[in-house]
Design a binder for this molecule. Structure first.
Ligand SMILES: *Cc1c(COP(=O)(O)O)cnc(C)c1O
Length: 403
């Protein structure tokens, strides 16, 4: 795009905290400090023959906003560098990214194995949407490696898992599932949204594709919707590029710019929120209103040993069950003074939700039960407010849940 392509990652091996701030940075002829937003849908050519050469792929340069944009390119390069992926493509939301990664490579007659505990829209895509086009699926307990093995069929093409999962924070053994996928020639796609690239590195554990909702920790300030797909150049060129170009779920350059700025503070935010989440998990576990807390780095988490190896901290999310069921859960939520009631997550603001009546409302009661979505379950996404303030707010709300 200009003659000043300054890619610091090419010069020195940089730590991820430096890449978060500088990866993919490309400056225009004005030498702006901050990444520029190129809010343009199209591009012009100096001559007809230049247009021809660009369309033939014989000259570098952009063609159309649905295919690529310089601001988006900076974000793609930064995200790929952070996760150690060959390349990255963006999409208009996390679900647009998940759907592209799942659907684009598959054909009628193919089979997908996925963890049962999934973000509800991911589950809809696998369970309701893809079967309309002849794609088969098996849902397994994602924490049970033997269940993944037993689900493999000759036509299994894709494994899909989310870890930690929504809302109960089950942790899957990514390396073991990746090994099974390799053994049967399937592709493992990991939804790494809950952990973020700061806490969990799926490619190092053998994943083939990683998907993100940039809406969550990456934007971090609750401003924009977006998604990203990371993987090999061959995967993108064969499957994802034609799908994204022709079906059109492009990310706005304005959104890409917000996410670039969000990434600059991602590791600070995730580390601070994780520290508060760990502290809150202990406070909530000790409170008489609670049955149990699920937090990946607490010793009472069912996959504690695995979570300790696989994730750098226990993450920014926790879930807990209140003894008084729905009534106690609502009393807790309504008593919060700082934490907001919201189904979003990964925000600088702490947010609490009651999955049974919101995010998991559409699931049949037996499915809710199977997923551990009890009437007293609260999911808390911990933000970056002062942790003492958060502890006081949550303790007071737990006291209200006891009454
Ligand atoms: C939010 C989320 C998604 C979907 O992302 P959107 O940006 O809301 O479309 C998918 N998976 C998980 C685990 C999520 O938390």
């Amino acid at each position: 795009m200009t003659d000043d392509t300054h890619d610091p990652s090419a010069a020195l091996p940089l730590s991820s905290d430096t890449i978060l701030v500088r990866g993919g940075l490309t400056r225009s002829q004005h030498k702006e400090t901050s990444e520029a937003i190129f809010l343009t849908s199209g591009f012009v050519y100096d001559s007809a023959s230049e247009a021809e050469a660009r369309f033939k792929g014989e000259a570098p340069g952009y063609l159309y906003g649905r295919y690529a944009n310089p601001t988006n390119r900076m974000l793609e390069e930064r995200l790929a560098a952070i996760d150690g992926a060959e390349t990255c493509r963006l999409a208009a939301s996390g679900m647009a990214a998940v759907t592209a990664a799942l659907l684009a490579p598959l054909r009628a007659g193919d089979h997908v194995v996925a963890g049962k505990a999934l973000f509800s829209s991911c589950r809809w895509v696998i369970e309701t949407f893809m079967p309309r086009y002849g794609i088969e699926f098996t849902l397994v307990d994602s924490t049970d490696v033997e269940a993944w093995r037993a689900a493999i069929r000759p036509n299994t093409k894709t494994f899909f898992l989310e870890s930690p999962s929504n809302p109960t924070l089950d942790v899957s053994d990514i390396a073991a599932v990746a090994n099974l996928a390799k053994g049967c020639g399937a592709r493992l796609i990991v939804d790494n949204i809950f952990a973020s690239p700061i806490l969990q590195r799926p490619f190092e554990l053998g994943a083939d594709v990683v998907v993100y909702s940039t809406t969550k920790h990456m934007d971090g300030s609750g401003r924009t919707l977006g998604g990203a797909i990371l993987g090999s150049v061959a995967f993108m060129e064969e499957h994802i590029d034609p799908y994204l170009r022709h079906t059109g779920p492009a990310m706005s350059p304005f959104v890409a710019w917000n996410v670039l700025k969000g990434l600059e503070t991602l590791s600070m935010r995730v580390e601070r929120a994780s520290a508060s989440a760990a502290r809150l998990a202990d406070v909530i576990a000790a409170h008489p209103a609670t049955n149990y807390v699920r937090y990946p780095h607490r010793a009472d988490h069912p996959q504690y040993a695995l979570a300790s190896r696989q994730m750098k901290t226990g993450g920014t999310l926790l879930a807990f069950d209140l003894k008084g069921g729905k009534q106690a859960a609502f009393a807790f939520l309504d008593a919060l003074q700082i934490v907001d009631i919201s189904n979003n997550l990964g925000d600088s603001k702490s947010l609490a939700t009651h999955p049974a009546t919101t995010t998991h409302y559409s699931f049949a009661p037996e499915v809710q039960a199977e997923l551990g979505v009890t009437a007293g379950l609260i999911r808390l996404s911990v933000g970056i407010e002062d942790s003492g303030d958060l502890v006081r707010d949550v303790e007071a709300a737990l006291n209200a849940a006891l009454r």
